[in-house]
Design a protein around this ligand. Structure first.
Ligand code: PA5
Length: 431
């Protein structure tokens, strides 16, 4: 096996020179194409480097209004119009209760569950509500259906004030949602035409909901800007995102068809979902592509961990670790020591967690699971913004190495077509 254990870091990354040289030219060619094309959906590459003062002021203004007039923001969206905001919100707001500067943000329009929408309406009925409906195309079934319900609810409840309480994030020019917003006079945020769904989290798609949730969206964008500037580097030897893309590509070529993204903080569970969509929808085409899966350790070491250690040798692991967290807790000393844990007293949970990461990496590598390690200094808005951009850049490169288009999703149409046929064929039963 050419790669047994590859340790890398976002700050200090290593591929050996022979490997770098064999991919250097290809990576440079793809880089040049991605940076210069005007026909593909690559607007996200330079977006964080651009000046966004007016947009950021508008986000400040509207998010402040929402926080002052509402108890809850209902975000309607699916896929790339949902996962990123949800991921950032969960990663950067407290596990329990609300953050100091934020209100509750809930999501709808990602499923067809009647129970979900019914219970959501019951839940928000006692609260003051604002809505942010997000759809690039403006016609996706799940959010469109949910918005029909939520819009009627808001109109019945707030009357003339309802148009103030609905904010639309959509394409600048076209789509049914754009038409509805223009007709009703809803305030609008623009998803740039040259940025596709799963690459749009660092636009108003993600920024407005997370600002309302109390996240420092400017720091997030600073991190993305830092990454966008560093990762403009065309040479594989100096570009960590491209090195990660090449590593996973090489492993794929050797028969490791599944990548597991593993992290050690439960607040990253929704970030995993965002990552899964980014890579799965970008790469899984023409019967090619790594199958992206995720685990949260140490929880999953007591579940799927057994498979990783000793199951089929088809997977490699990308360990994601943040070296510092705002909060920590020290194990107390207990004179009784009935649980025999005094050897851990006065050590912090985060320190123990970091050691569990090291132990996991060693055990899995010894079990012939290739391990890539991505390390960031701290779980905060800056570093998360950096990481999001890092993964988008790596993903565009990785899909291009597979010779598939990173920016389309032709396969998603198949289920839509079948579902529509069934809906037109059968009358959906009414209660
Ligand atoms: O990445 C993508 O393009 C998709 O996942 C879309 O984000 C998803 O289908 C939602 O599309 P829209 O924003 O048009 O409603």
């Amino acid at each position: 096996m050419a790669i047994h254990l590859v340790q890398t870091s976002l700050l200090n990354c290593t591929l050996d020179m022979k490997q770098i040289d064999s991919y250097r030219q290809r990576v440079m060619n793809i880089h040049t194409y991605l940076e210069s094309t005007t026909t593909d959906l690559t607007g996200w590459i330079t977006y964080p480097l651009q000046e966004h003062d007016a947009l950021f002021s508008k986000i400040d203004y509207i998010s402040k209004e929402i926080r002052s007039k509402a108890d809850i923001l209902v975000v309607v969206g699916v896929g790339g119009s949902f996962l990123g905001a949800r991921a950032i919100q969960d990663a950067l707001t407290p596990y329990f209760g609300l953050p100091k500067n934020g209100i509750e943000v809930v999501y709808v329009g990602q499923n067809m569950s009647g129970a979900y929408i019914k219970q959501l309406l019951d839940y928000i009925d006692q609260k003051e509500v604002y809505v942010n409906v997000i759809s690039k195309s403006g016609g996706t079934m799940e959010p469109a259906l949910a918005f029909r319900v939520i819009r009627q609810y808001i109109e019945e409840r707030y009357g003339a004030e309802s148009s103030q309480r609905i904010i639309v994030t959509t394409d600048p020019e076209k789509g049914l949602l754009k038409e509805m917003a223009d007709n009703a006079g809803y305030r609008q945020f623009v998803i740039p035409s040259n940025i596709g769904g799963r690459y749009s989290v660092l636009t108003p798609v993600g920024l407005l909901p997370v600002a309302v949730a109390g996240v420092d969206f400017r720091a997030l964008m600073e991190g993305a800007k830092g990454a966008a500037s560093e990762l403009q580097e065309p040479d594989l030897a100096n570009n960590h995102a491209y090195q990660y893309a090449v590593m996973r590509h090489m492993l794929y070529e050797q028969g490791y068809t599944n990548e597991i993204l593993a992290s050690f903080e439960p607040s990253l569970n929704k970030f995993h979902e965002w990552w899964k969509q980014l890579f799965g929808e970008s790469e899984g085409k023409q019967h090619k592509g790594l199958f992206p899966s995720t685990v949260t350790f140490s929880t999953d070491l007591h579940a799927i961990g057994q498979y990783i250690q000793e199951g089929s040798r088809i997977l490699f692991e990308t360990l994601l670790h943040f070296n510092d967290m705002d909060d920590d807790f020290y194990v107390p000393y207990d004179a009784r020591n009935e649980d025999s844990l005094n050897y851990l007293s006065n050590r912090s949970f985060n320190e123990i967690n970091a050691l569990s990461k090291q132990g996991t990496a060693l055990a899995h590598a010894e079990g012939d699971v290739p391990v890539i390690q991505l390390e960031l200094p701290k779980l905060d808005a800056y570093n998360l913004g950096y990481l999001i951009y890092f993964f988008m850049k790596a993903c565009a490169m990785s899909a291009s190495l597979l010779e598939v288009n990173p920016f389309n999703q032709p396969g998603v149409e198949a289920y839509k077509k079948k579902m529509l046929e069934l809906l037109l064929e059968k009358k959906v039963s009414k209660k």
